[in-house]
Design a protein around this ligand. Structure first.
Ligand code: CAA
Length: 258
């Protein structure tokens, strides 16, 4: 499908979605978030795709929700459209693993979009922040909720209340990103991680993703039970037989997603 604000490439088993509003530092407007939701649903439904990467440009992953689009809105507009509620739900309902490859600014909705992905690989140029408070508002796509779960209350309060930016090194220390790589190697590293994930059984990958996400939604004992039941369920798959046989036969497993 042809999109105006994103570029989608599927190569081997990996779909890469590049946010593409360079003149607005990839600010997230309704069109972009609508197209991103569609592209994710398409990649999720494409049997060939086993992992998805969302990325931006060298200067900006995304500099936030589009302030120009929002500036004319009233409370009633925001409330009745449930502004970005539908898009946020569509993005986080993607079942296949999604990696955010972040260089440059990931601010406001940009930081929130990165946090909706399953993990974040950051270039050493990345800068994260929730500067909505400078606009007389506050985060609306997870900056007070997901960020707090990622980095804890004290840092989340600091980021939300001061609106300051966090560099990649601090973001890694705080647990916001899984790794930091030199900017020039960002896509290579993200692609290598995606290729590694694509080698696995998609059944195990989806189960891992669902179980990790469950850790944010439930108690420890419920989460452990959920994990154990999914673990048990994977013993009904051919890929479990194959994975364990391959280990014992000292060969690489050939998973068939069955
Ligand atoms: N919305 C709309 N346009 C944006 C934008 C945004 N969030 N961020 C940058 N742009 C536009 C600028 O208006 C500018 O366009 P023009 O050339 O037409 O004026 C272009 O992108 C380049 O930006 P700058 O000239 O400002 O670039 P810079 O290098 O001087 O500064 C920056 C970069 C620090 C990221 C700065 O652009 C900035 O502070 N942007 C806004 C960041 C922000 O406040 N984000 C939060 C948005 S609210 C939100 O996200 C709510 C939510 O939780 C859902």
């Amino acid at each position: 499908m042809a999109y105006e604000t994103i570029i989608v490439e599927v190569e081997d088993h990996v779909a890469t979605i590049k946010l593409n509003r360079p003149d607005a530092l990839n600010a997230l407007n309704s069109e972009l978030l609508g197209e991103l939701s569609e592209a994710l649903a398409e990649a999720d439904g494409n049997e060939k795709v086993r992992c998805i990467i969302i990325t931006g440009s060298a200067k900006a992953f995304a500099a936030g929700a589009d302030i120009k689009e929002m500036s004319e809105k009233s409370y009633v507009d925001m409330f009745l459209s449930d502004f970005f509620g539908k898009e946020g739900a569509a993005i986080t309902s993607t079942r296949k693993p999604v990696i955010a490859a972040v260089a440059g600014y990931a601010l406001g909705g940009g930081c929130e979009l990165a946090m909706m992905c399953d993990f974040i690989i950051a270039a050493d140029t990345a800068k994260f922040g929730q500067p909505e408070i400078n606009l007389g508002v506050m985060p609306g796509l997870g900056g007070t909720q997901r960020l707090t779960r990622y980095i804890g209350k004290s840092k989340a309060m600091d980021m939300n209340l001061t609106g300051r930016f966090m560099d990649a090194e601090e973001a890694e220390r705080a647990g916001l990103v899984s790794r930091v790589v030199p900017a020039k190697q960002l896509m290579e590293e993200a692609r290598a991680a995606a290729d590694k994930i694509a080698e696995k059984s998609i059944l195990s990958a989806i189960a891992c993703k669902e179980a990790v996400n469950r850790a944010y939604e439930t108690t420890l004992s419920e989460g452990l039970l959920y994990e154990r039941r999914l673990f048990h369920a994977l013993f009904a798959t051919e890929d479990q037989n194959e994975g364990m046989a391959a280990f014992m036969e000292k060969r690489t497993a050939q998973f068939r997603d069955r």
